[in-house]
Each structure stands twice: as structure tokens, then as C-alpha cells.
Design a protein. Structure first.
Length: 409
């Protein structure tokens, strides 16, 4: 471990979601306010009538990674594999280069292979233990996707799975940045992956976290809206290639952005209707600002994790306003991507990078009337933004809060 703090840069981005399979395509869809929710195709649509999801339709992982034994990976593993493949290709980390220098993987997820776990248990209980699939067994642990992807991509560096609910992907980015900063690693692929399946969907439905159906049709997903009633499930994989600036410059890599600061906290009172002081989202934001060495006035845009839920949106919005004031433009993309859990933070980070580069901040699709209890600058329309620094925030109903400061030259 070195003593001096090293600068951490982003040299590649890769993503696949219901909106597309390239960051630029996803960003344009966000700017257009495109919503692609539809009845689920991966499980029976009559499980919860009126509840739509954002699935990656006609997903064929072999079209991205070529021939190979993909049977060892389940859908979460396939999504993660493609996301990592695209990020590595975008950054220029070829298989030959990875053979010369270790590259690690930090993967954030909430449920990972919960569908495989359920199928393994179900088959063992109904048909007998001898009929449980050994192929499924290798995916019945939370770090299965990280391990399987590292094996496929021959990633010989640090391999870690972060499981902090909906904040897991952003935590993975922040943790990776800390490892690189302190000299524990030089190159890490960081991000998250989550599949849509009956098990996670039904859990959200039973916990009353999904948007209420309207007039026999799907519920409206509207982050920060006064009439918001819940979220909609989505699936995606999104990864960033992080490395020390020294490493990036030594190989002549294109530097996309810098990870300047990271902050995290935990709110043990998230399930209480009345918030307590201090606001832990604001605490996480202040930690990130201090880590980056910037002030609240230096932040030009916020890409939040608000997904349409009553309490989390309120806590996150209040934390942003408390830490940054009410003048900074804020957006939320889950009204279009759906609640992608472990993949959401990295998707937000990509959105922030591309928004700063393009000078356009996507609006919040579905927003009709901002909750009057929130003092935020939120719009339903894409609007100009002129800034070099953005804040990404993430909050989970279980209490985790995190924030990352990104800088684009």
C-alpha cells in the first residue's frame, strides 16, 4: 500500500438494460423520456395484475461474448458478464493486456441469483435431493456472479461482492475507488447486476413497494411526484472500469471522468414515518463532498436513486436539499429503467458522466407535480446543464445511504 492518495479515473463504461445495450443509447432514451414497461415475459404476468416491469427483451449473451459454455451462468451472471465485457472493451483492456496485468471485479447486487437458489431448493424438495441440479448449485451463493464472470474474463485481481440492497452498485464503485486510491489495486471493474424474476418481484409486491395499478392498467412510476405510490421492477447490468491515473496514462487510455469522492452512512429509522435527525443521506453526501475536497456549490447536477416510493424518495430528497440546497438540478432515472437495484448506482453514474459531457440532464419521466414537501429543482423535461461535477446518490429502504462525486474535464 502506498502512502500518497492516488487519483482514480474512469476509462470505460458498459451497460445493458431495457433501454439499450450501450451507455450512449441508454442516455438518449433517458433524454427522450422513454418508458418501456410491459407485462413480464420471464414469469407469469397474472402473479400481480397491473404490475409491469422493464425487462431486457430477447437477451442473447452469446451475441456479445461469442461461443463458450454459458450454461454455468444464470441470468444474473449472463447480464453481469455482458456488462463487464462491454466495459472492458470500451476501456481497451484486451485479454492480452489483462494477461499481463491483474484486473479485479467489484460487483454490487441485492438478490444476485435468488431465482437459481429458489429453483434449486424447489427441485430438491419436490423431486428429491438427488434431482437437484449441480449446475444450479454453483450459483446458489451471493458472490456467484462475481466469481463466474471473473473466471470467464480471466480477471486475476481482487474479487468482491457488495450486498447493500439498492445502494450496492454505487457502494461497489466507491469501494473500488478507495482500493485504487490507497494502492491496494491498480485496475478494477466496478458496478452491479440484477435480473428480474418472480422471486424478487413477488417480494417487492408483498412488501407493498410496487406502484399501485390504476384503472386496471399499470401503476405510474413517478419519483418525487406528490402522488407516487411505488416503483416498478427492472433489470440491468452496468459497470465502470476504474484505474489509477498513473495506470491509465501509462497505457495511453482515454479518461472519461474522475471519481473524486465517496461517502456512506446508515439510517436505522428508515421504516419510521417521521424522519429523525440527522438526515443520514445528507451525512453521506457531506462525506462525499469532503472526500472530494469540494463544496456544495461546486456540484452542478444530481442523479438520484429515487424510484417512486414514498419514504425513501422523501428521505433522499430531503438529504439532497439539506446538503446542497434547493438550486442544484436533480433528476431520477428509475421512472424509465425501473428499479434495477444493484445495477442502479452505476447506471446513474453513467448518466451523470454523459449528462456533463453532453450538457443535457434527462428529466424525470412521469413527473406531474413535485411533492410540495421537497425543496428540489426537479423537472419532467430534459434541460441544459453546464457543469463539470455531478453527485450520484443512492438510498435503500433498509437504511443504507451512499453518494459519489464525479468530475468530467
Amino acid at each position: 500500500m502506498t502512502g500518497a492518495r492516488r487519483d482514480v479515473v474512469i476509462t470505460g463504461m458498459g451497460a445493458i438494460s431495457a433501454l439499450g445495450d450501450r451507455p450512449s443509447v441508454i442516455f438518449e432514451a433517458l433524454c427522450q423520456g422513454r418508458q418501456v414497461f410491459a407485462p413480464p415475459a420471464l414469469f407469469a404476468a397474472d402473479v400481480a395484475p397491473g404490475q409491469w416491469v422493464a425487462e431486457v427483451r430477447d437477451f442473447a449473451p452469446q451475441s456479445y461474448v461469442g461461443k463458450g459454455n454459458l450454461r454455468l451462468l444464470d441470468r444474473t451472471g449472463h447480464l453481469a458478464l455482458v456488462g463487464v465485457e462491454l466495459a472492458l472493451a470500451d476501456s481497451g483492456w484486451t485479454p492480452e493486456r489483462r494477461a499481463e496485468q491483474p484486473v479485479g471485479l467489484i460487483l454490487g447486487t441485492m438478490f444476485c441469483s435468488v431465482k437459481t437458489i429458489a429453483e434449486f431448493d424447489r427441485r430438491a424438495q419436490t423431486a428429491g435431493p438427488e434431482y437437484a441440479s449441480p449446475l444450479d448449485f454453483s450459483n446458489t451463493v451471493l458472490n456467484a456472479a462475481a466469481g463466474q464472470v471473473a473466471i470467464w474474463q480471466r480477471l486475476r485481481g481482487i474479487n468482491t461482492t457488495i450486498a447493500t440492497g439498492a445502494t450496492a452498485g454505487l457502494h461497489a464503485v466507491g469501494y473500488a475507488a478507495q482500493l485504487i486510491r490507497t494502492g491496494r489495486a491498480d485496475v478494477l471493474v466496478a458496478g452491479g447486476a440484477e435480473e428480474t424474476c418472480f422471486e424478487s418481484f413477488y417480494g417487492f409486491s408483498r412488501a407493498n413497494r410496487l406502484a399501485s395499478p390504476r384503472d386496471g392498467g399499470p401503476g405510474r412510476v413517478a419519483p418525487f411526484d406528490e402522488g407516487r405510490t411505488g416503483t416498478a421492477m427492472g433489470e440491468a447490468a452496468a459497470f465502470l472500469v476504474l484505474e489509477s491515473e498513473e495506470s491509465a496514462r501509462a497505457r495511453g487510455a482515454r479518461i472519461v471522468a474522475r471519481v473524486a469522492g465517496f461517502g456512506t452512512s446508515f439510517d436505522p429509522h428508515m421504516r419510521e414515518a417521521e424522519p429523525r435527525r440527522p438526515n443520514m443521506m445528507a451525512v453521506a453526501i457531506r462525506h462525499a463532498l469532503a472526500d472530494a475536497g469540494v463544496s456544495a456549490g461546486d456540484i452542478g447536477a444530481v442523479v438520484s436513486s429515487a424510484g417512486g416510493s414514498r419514504v425513501p424518495d422523501a428521505r433522499e430528497g430531503a438529504g439532497i436539499a439539506e446538503a446542497l440546497g434547493s438550486a442544484v438540478p436533480v433528476t431520477a432515472i428509475k421512472s424509465m429503467t425501473g428499479e434495477t437495484l444493484g445495477a442502479s448506482g452505476p447506471l446513474q453514474a453513467m448518466t451523470a458522466v454523459l449528462a456533463l459531457q453532453a450538457g443535457r440532464l434527462p428529466g424525470v419521466a412521469g413527473l406531474e407535480r413535485l411533492d410540495p414537501a421537497l425543496s428540489l429543482d426537479v423537472s419532467g423535461q430534459t434541460r441544459p446543464v453546464r457543469a463539470t461535477r455531478a453527485l450520484i446518490t443512492a438510498i435503500a429502504p433498509e437504511g443504507n445511504c451512499s453518494a459519489v462525486v464525479l468530475v468530467v474535464a
